[in-house]
Design a protein around this ligand. Structure first.
Ligand code: UD1
Length: 428
């Protein structure tokens, strides 16, 4: 079993570059199916979820190769419209292939991605939206078969709640329709804007991204046969490393970032007494938490759709609050089961009470290294952040969760001076 062995108590310094966004690259790789030719994706992070996406594309008949941080996809050779259950289960965000395959093939067969470690992950909004385009969807024991009688037709879609994945599936389908599709109450996350920019390069005319109404004028014809696109920086990786510097103390610069994308994290950390200076593409984080100095607690942190506080940054920021003076209140509004890291954080000596949507962290003076198990992607990253501020050694296991979204968390943190190594560990 692989573990990360973290020796806490070292301040972080220097600089590190933030890699491309997982939540952007996955739907854009799916969108490459709409290109009857070659897509070159720059700044593509080396993540296990990207590997799964490559396997899905290859299963469908695409030719895919990686050259450094570029991934090159040739979807001219697409020959299938199904994704087997095994591949679907490896990555819940594979549901975004539904809209992409349907847009390209006018039929699709996938299995439902089901629930996951964050609680139920329904896809009703995805299916209701695709049905509005004229797709007939049959769900037999979790196997989804979708087909279109004639062609996908443009429509008006009103989301009761802004879903990132359902907005992406809708954009994919709308890009292939004649006429204008209107999406009311879409998700406004930066990753939606990145996908819209990609689909714009295909030929779709998309306006209103980031607002409450998006209009998509699609292209029923083939569209561009060659697209190059560079993925935006990963704002959650950025938020994680900002939290790491805050928790461990030090003075470090995060490069190749869009500071506007992490504004709620910047605001919370500033309330805690962390100095943050922003430039166009970098963030400097200065935290003075050593030698008896502690951070302050932040105002209540309530997760919300963008531009609110991101649910994905809740666990990493919580890890930076464990020793902050007073109480910090978290309210998780997006997912039902997103406090599983709290039990692991308590092993370090943290004081956290959870009840329903709320978690209250009461700052403690000291954390002590422990054996910790990642429970999910961001929860796993929060254990690493917390271990950096704990005295002694912590072993973090179940790294497959962390590797889904961080290219190499140990490489990046080592670059900032942290003592963290990946090791093989046997319990003997
Ligand atoms: C995406 C992100 C994930 C992030 C989440 C919220 C990717 C690959 N994943 O997930 O990292 O945590 O956005 O920012 O981009 N919902 C329904 N029915 C649906 C779809 C969603 O009720 O059909 C609900 C969900 O249960 C949740 C809320 O809507 O409560 C938001 O979920 P959604 O935005 O769809 O998250 P994902 O796209 O799955």
């Amino acid at each position: 079993m692989e573990i990360l062995r973290v020796t806490g108590g070292t301040q972080l310094s220097g600089s590190v570059r933030i890699h491309g966004a997982k939540n952007s690259v996955l739907p854009i790789m799916a969108a490459s199916l709409l290109v009857r030719g070659t897509t070159v994706i720059h700044n593509c992070p080396k993540l296990s979820d990207v590997q799964v996406t490559i396997r899905i594309l290859e299963h469908l008949g695409c030719k895919v190769r990686r050259e450094g941080s570029d991934v090159i996809i040739d979807a001219a050779t697409l020959k299938r419209f199904d994704i087997p259950d095994g591949l679907m289960r490896e990555m819940r965000s594979s549901v975004v292939f539904l809209g992409a395959i349907l847009a390209r093939c006018e039929k699709a067969e996938i299995s439902s991605p089901g629930g996951c470690e964050l609680g139920p992950r329904p896809i009703n909004l995805h299916l209701e939206a695709l049905a509005k385009f004229g797709a007939n969807i049959r769900d037999e024991g979790g196997n989804l078969t979708c087909s279109v009688c004639d062609k996908l037709r443009s429509c008006e879609i009103h989301f009761p709640t802004p879903s990132v994945g359902a907005t992406e599936n809708t954009l994919l389908a709308a890009s292939r329709c004649e006429g204008t599709t209107t999406i009311i109450n879409p998700a406004r996350e930066p990753e939606i804007a990145d996908l819209a920019e990609f689909l714009g390069k295909l030929g779709a005319k998309i306006s209103g991204v980031g607002s409450g109404v998006i209009s998509v004028c699609g292209i029923p014809s083939a569209g561009a046969s060659y697209i190059e696109h560079s993925i935006i920086p990963d704002r959650i990786v950025c938020a994680t490393y900002m939290s790491a510097v805050a928790a461990a103390g030090g003075d470090a610069v995060l490069e190749s970032v869009y500071p506007g994308h992490v504004a709620p994290i910047t605001e919370a950390l500033r309330q805690m007494g962390v100095d943050i200076s922003l430039s166009d593409s970098s963030i400097r984080v200065v935290s003075r938490v050593h030698k008896g100095a502690f951070l302050k607690s932040a105002k209540p942190i309530e997760t919300a759709p963008y531009p609110g506080f991101p649910t994905d940054a809740q666990a990493p920021l919580m890890a930076a609050c464990l020793k902050a003076e007073g109480n910090t209140v978290f309210v998780e509004n997006i997912f039902e089961n997103r406090y599983r890291h709290c039990e692991e954080l308590r092993r370090l000596g943290a004081s956290i009470k959870t009840e329903g949507k709320t978690a209250i962290v009461s700052g403690v003076r000291k954390l002590k290294g422990a054996s910790l198990q990642s429970t999910d992607l961001r929860g796993g990253a929060s254990l690493v952040v917390a271990a950096l501020s704990a005295a002694g050694v912590s072993n973090v296991s179940q790294l497959q969760h962390i590797d889904r979204g961080y290219e190499s968390i140990e490489r990046d943190l080592t670059q900032l001076g942290a003592k963290i190594v990946r090791e093989n560990f046997s319990e003997g």
